[in-house]
Design a protein around this ligand. Sequence first.
Ligand code: ZN
Ligand code: ZN
Length: 1009
Amino acid sequence: MNAKFKANFDLTLKPDYRPLELEKEIREFWEKNQIQKRLMDFREKNNVGLAGYVEGPPTLNGIPHVGHARGRVIKDLRYRWKTMQGFFVPFWAGWDCQGLPVELEVEKLLGVKNKRELIERVGEERFIEECKRAIMKYHREWVEADRKLGVFINQEKAYWTYKDEYIEREWQYLKRAWEQGLLEEGYYVVAYCPGCQTSLSSAEVGYEDSYKEVEDPSLYFKFKVANSQNEYFLVWTTMPFTIITDMMLAVHPEAEYAKVKVENEKWIMVKQRVEPVMQELAIKKYEIIETATGKSLEGTRYDYPFKDVIPKQAELDKHPHVHTVVCEDFVDVNTATGVVHLSPGNGEEDFFAAQKRGVPIFAPFDDEVKFTKEAGVFSGIFARDTDKMVIEELRKRGLLVEAKTVKHEYPTCWRSHHKLVWLARKEYFLRTDKINAKIVEAAEKVEYFFESPKNRFLSFLKEGKPWCISRERVWGTPLPIWRCENCGEKTLVASKKELFEKALEKPPKNFELHKPWIDRVAFKCEKCGGIMRRENYVLDTWHNSGASPYARFTDEEFEKYVPTDFLTEGIDQTRGWANSLLLEHVILTGKAEAPYKAFLFQGLTQDAKGRKMSKSLGNIVEVNRLLEEYSADVCRFYMLWKCSPVDFMNFDLKELSRRPHQVLSTLYHLNRFFLQNAEYDNFNPQKHTLEWALKEKQLKSPDLWLLSKLQATISECTVRLEKCEFNFAMSTLEDFVIDSVSRVYVPMIRKELWTDDPKTLNRRLAIYATLWHVLKTVTLLFNPVTPYLSEALYQRVYRKLDPTLPESVNFEGWPKPEEEMRNKTLEEEFQLLFKCVSLVYSARQSARLKRRWPLSKMVIVAPENICSTIKNFEEFMLELANVKNVEYAQKAPEYTSQKGWVSTSEDPIQVLLNIERDENLIGEGLMRDLARRVQALRKELGYVPTDILNTVHIAELDEENIRLLKPYLRDMAELVRAKNVQLHGKREDAKLEWHEYQLDEKKVYIAIA
Ligand SMILES: [Zn+2]
Ligand SMILES: [Zn+2]
């Protein structure tokens, strides 16, 4: 670890906190010295334990935006923090490369409209090459974003979900499923996107934003009861095309159904809906003439009306259950007519109802969801385009009651936004429904940190539907099942080796585990000697990424790192990666165990106004662009500080530049203040330790108080990080830096540092020992959040003063609270002191007196014990309050009732403040006002606090002010670290570089020479 430090590294802290510049320098430092790689190598060999990790792979089909950045910042925070705690984390990248999103983008790029055109015009081979090229383009963007953000993820060890070696290991999950009888082929109703021409998993159907308001027909129609004169079932639907595949009507067995007389017809519907439906249909004259239970209607046949135009339906009609009434509990009697028509080819519940009764599934659709020949007159037409024709056919037959339109929420494809169609298709399924209890049990053991995402995830899992994993696409992991053309025998192959051994012809050199190459491999059937060909599917891309815990590691690594310690992804991944990881792991291991011990779901990131970021709104903030102008550290801090990780975050650039920037800037300047003073007095951290200061009895109560507060900050910050309450961890750090160190401690000790008297040198060194310890610890606490700033401070302050320190802040350990430094009594006592000071501040505010203006006297009225406590710290309280004298009393003294006194109080303390200022106090106040401007000028001109100025010149004060100021020129010289201060009448009197300042209503001129 003591490798040679590369030279030419800038070791100065510039006067201003300029994060962009600093981050560039630190990045170069890291890269030149290979800090990231060496840190990981070091921890792999020297650790207190392992903290497993698998990267949730970003899909390489988009530019990284701030929402992604938030997730990556959380991951990196966790990595750096755990590494500092001594754990080895395999923080290795991974990329999700295959699947529909990539295909759709490449289709667009190639200008093809659908899959058929793609295969005919482009061909699968070229298409695969284009997909690979497309992902590489995005890969460069992601790597650059990680680099700029300072994310220490190992890019060299990244996994790629399209590589053969990954796919082979992914197949092992299928092999395990196959062995357990959990991988099956079968008809099933799936959500199908006519645009993408593939089925979707039930998880995909529920995606954010996939429900859109659409307009559909609202249709009331009648089916005539067979062999009746004028009796009809009244039915409602929004999908008229499903009447083409209608097989049964369903009623609720326990509900009461009515025969309603309308003109000379009798309509059958559920009784409780008669009135509202009649109202909706604007039928005023009607009469309920008979009622009966749903159960009594069971088995009633009805005349299916399209037998003449759909010959297949005429054939199916011969089946005993087809076109009869069945009883089903799922029938909702609170909407529509309580009579539901069932199309097992187009609905999940309908499908089950048919399967139960052995009713055939009629699903005459091709891949573009056009009706096939079996649908008679409707053949060749896209399903949803037949809605109008169906309505017309009903009208012709006198069966149409009313056709209107309705607007309702309807699921659309999350990628292409086509309306989904439910279709019975032959697909491959992982029968996760069979092992659902185990899956839920596994999920219940996981730590989720927050209740709402946990509930969301568990209730989704409890639905327990089978997982349709086959996709009729190209760019994906091939389903490794071959089927005999002759006898239907099937075999699953789970490795390249096995595949090569079985292949009838030796595969070519450029062979890879993708279409079209794999489709050209045929086997010989072991049962009948026939030819076996591959089932033409690829796998759901979620299966591909969900295989990462096993597929990305070796067997040995898998044993070590899985179940992983901690994973985090967006809340949308409850239905995505978190789900597929879990299902696959339970299949692979057969255990009720998730592949992760803890999972943090992050809220999504929106724009400043709380709107979703989208291309159409043009409000997407790209990471690489953002970080050209804004600091990575400030962004990182902001993302963690602004809200809880589970909350939706409104990302606001204005807010980013305010408080978060201020916090980091304050930390920077505190370090600079410390360094300059410490260097001036030749502070040596190895010699002037806290132990030394204690032994020398040089530590005073402010130092002890600050050290105590530091311990509280360390434990609070650590506990909050453990609970993933990052925002609270950040505000703990924020409070410590801004309030405890900057607003309280530094003002209490500043005066002691002004002098260079050798007699008080040890006291100054004790203050430096305190600041060294406190600020260095804070720098470490900030490292997982603001790695650039922490590294810069570490190199330019701490390693500068102590070159024996490790070569990077990342090699430091995570601070642990030291109980012996904690002093709760002292903290409580200081709390009282701060209360008095804040009462003085509010009294000053009400009298419009600046804090810089000294006042003569205050009285503290409080119980005796409180008074005596404050008395112990009197000197510091007066310093902070900027008051010359204090008296203590249990009752307000008589004289404070006179003019010139103001009072503020907060039980049990009352503060009385004398606000009258004589010439001396006014003069001193004026001096301080001017001194502040001189300090600003010093800084502007690049002087460091320890530089001693020759002369400070002040011009154009009025007579009165000159008179008031004169007695304080000596004090002022000391305060601004100048040998002397000279007053001038007109600024023309001296040829100097004057700087203009506003002093109350007037102008004043200052020069430094
Ligand atoms: Zn689609
Ligand atoms: Zn065979």
